[in-house]
Design a protein around this ligand. Structure first.
Ligand SMILES: *Cc1c(COP(=O)(O)O)cnc(C)c1O
Length: 404
C-alpha cells in the first residue's frame, strides 16, 4: 500500500537514512562528552568520533580532514565563506562575482557585504540556467577577490561548469567558492579535480541530520583563510567557535560514507525513475522541462505546464509533496526568481513543479505521481478558458484583455 502524500521534495530536505540514525544514537546519552574536553575520556571519546566523521566527510569530496570546518549547515557555510573572504582579503580587493540564480543564502549575504562596501556583480544565467566561462571572464576586475557559483541549482538541478570557472579563477589569482549543497552526495564532487577553494554543503540534503554542515577551506595551493563570523573558544581552527554538535557530526559523517559507497547504484536507479517521470509527463501537451537537461542532477526535474493555473495545480496535486519554486520563497505567491531569471513569464513560472527524488523513492510512488499530475493538469485545463482558446487555435498574444 502506498502511503500518501508521497514525498518528492528532496531538494528541500531528505529523510534521514536509518543507518545514520543508528550511528548517531550512542552520542546522545552514553557518549555525551564535549569534544573539546582534553582532560578525561568523555571528551576523548567525543573527539575521536568527530575525527572519524571528519575523515568520512573529507573522503567524499577528496579533501583532507583538516580542511573541513563544521558549521550548522550550508546557510552558515555560505555566510562564513563570503563574509569571511570579504574581511580576510579586504586589502586585496572588494569585488565579488556571483549569479542571480544562486540560493538566497548566497544572494542575501552578497547584499549584506555590499552595504559594508563590497562591489558585487550578479551574472545573468542563460535560458537553460547555465552561465558561461566568457561571462565570468568579462566580469573579472583587478580588485576581484572571490567568484561564487553554485555547483548545482536547487530549483532546476542544472550543473554549472565549475571546473572551467575554477581554472579561470586560479589563473587570475582569484578565490573560487561553490555552494555545492545539492551536488555533494549525489554526483562526484572532487575539490582537487574541480579546483575548489571554498565549498559549502549540508547534511540534511544528503540523508543526514538537520542543523549540521561544513565549509571546505583549502589548506594548500593556495592556503585559504576566512575571518571567523562566530567568535569564542577558537574551535574549528579558529574559523568557527562553538561546542561541536557531536551526534550531528557523527550522522553527517555516516551520511557521507553511505553516499560515497552507494552513489553509483543510487544514481543509476534514481535517474531511471526521474527519466520515467519526465518522459511520461512530457506526453502532456504544452509541458516543458526547465533548465538544461544534459548538465543536470540525476534526481531532479522541474517542469512547467502551460495553461494551468498555479495555485490550482498545487492544490490539485496534494497527494504528492512537491515544491513550486524554492521552498524558501513558496510562502509568498511570488513566482520563483530562478525561473523568472531564465526568462519564464509569471504564468509559466507559477505553473511549475519541482520534483526531487531520493534514495527511498520507489517506482510505485513515481507511477502514482505520474497519474496524479496528469489527472490534475487535465482537470484544470478542462476548466480553463485559456486552454479552450488555445485548442481552438486562437493566438492568445493577440487578445486585448479588459482592465478591471
Ligand atoms: C538547502 C540549501 C541551502 C541551505 O542549507 P541549510 O543547511 O538548510 O542552511 C543552501 N544552498 C542550497 C543550494 C541549498 O539547496
Amino acid at each position: 500500500m502506498l502511503k500518501l502524500p508521497i514525498y518528492l521534495d528532496n531538494n528541500a530536505t531528505t529523510p534521514m537514512d536509518p543507518r545514520v540514525l543508528e550511528a548517531m544514537l550512542p552520542y546522545f546519552i552514553d557518549n555525551f562528552g564535549n569534544a573539546a574536553s582534553r582532560n578525561h575520556s568523555f571528551g576523548w571519546k567525543a573527539e575521536e568520533a568527530v575525527d572519524y566523521a571528519r575523515e568520512q566527510i573529507a573522503a567524499l569530496i577528496n579533501a583532507d580532514s583538516k580542511e573541513i570546518i563544521i558549521t550548522s549547515g550550508a546557510t552558515e557555510s555560505n555566510n562564513l565563506a563570503i563574509k569571511g573572504v570579504f574581511e580576510m582579503y579586504a586589502a586585496k580587493g572588494n569585488h565579488f562575482i556571483t549569479v542571480e540564480t544562486e540560493h538566497k543564502a548566497v544572494l542575501d549575504t552578497c547584499k549584506h557585504i555590499e552595504k559594508l562596501g563590497a562591489e558585487v556583480t550578479y551574472l545573468k544565467a542563460r535560458e537553460d540556467g547555465l552561465i558561461t566561462i566568457e561571462q565570468v571572464e568579462a566580469a573579472i576586475k583587478p580588485n576581484t577577490v572571490l567568484v561564487s557559483v553554485m555547483y548545482a541549482n536547487n530549483e532546476i538541478g542544472v550543473i554549472q561548469p565549475v571546473k572551467e570557472i575554477s581554472k579561470l579563477c586560479k589563473s587570475k589569482g582569484i578565490l573560487f567558492h561553490t555552494d555545492a549543497t545539492q551536488a555533494v552526495g549525489k554526483i562526484p564532487v572532487d575539490v582537487i579535480a574541480d579546483g575548489i577553494d571554498l565549498m559549502s554543503f549540508s547534511a540534511h540534503k544528503m540523508y543526514g541530520p538537520k542543523g549540521v554542515g561544513a565549509l571546505y577551506v583549502r589548506r594548500k595551493n593556495p592556503r585559504v583563510k576566512v575571518t571567523a563570523q562566530m567568535d569564542g573558544g577558537g574551535h574549528e581552527r579558529g574559523m568557527r567557535s562553538g561546542t561541536l554538535n557531536v551526534p550531528g557530526i557523527v550522522g553527517f559523517g555516516k551520511a557521507c560514507e553511505i553516499c560515497r559507497l552507494d552513489m553509483d547504484a543510487d544514481t543509476a536507479r534514481i535517474s531511471k525513475l526521474r527519466d520515467k517521470l519526465e518522459t511520461e509527463l512530457l506526453t502532456l501537451e504544452e509541458s516543458y522541462v526547465n533548465g538544461n537537461r544534459e548538465h543536470r542532477l540525476p534526481h531532479v526535474s522541474n517542469m512547467s505546464f502551460k495553461y494551468v493555473e498555479g495555485e490550482g495545480l498545487i492544490m490539485g496535486v496534494k497527494d504528492i509533496a512537491v515544491s513550486s519554486g524554492s521552498a524558501c520563497t513558496s510562502a509568498s505567491l511570488e513566482p520563483s526568481y530562478v525561473l523568472k531569471a531564465l526568462g519564464l513569464d509569471d504564468e509559466l513560472a507559477h505553473s511549475s513543479l519541482r520534483f526531487g527524488l531520493s534514495r527511498f523513492t520507489t517506482e510505485e510512488e513515481v507511477d502514482f505521481a505520474i497519474a496524479h499530475v496528469k489527472e490534475a493538469v487535465n482537470k484544470l485545463r478542462e476548466m480553463s478558458p485559456l486552454w479552450e482558446m488555445f485548442k481552438e487555435g486562437i493566438d492568445l498574444k493577440t487578445i486585448v484583455w479588459q482592465e478591471h
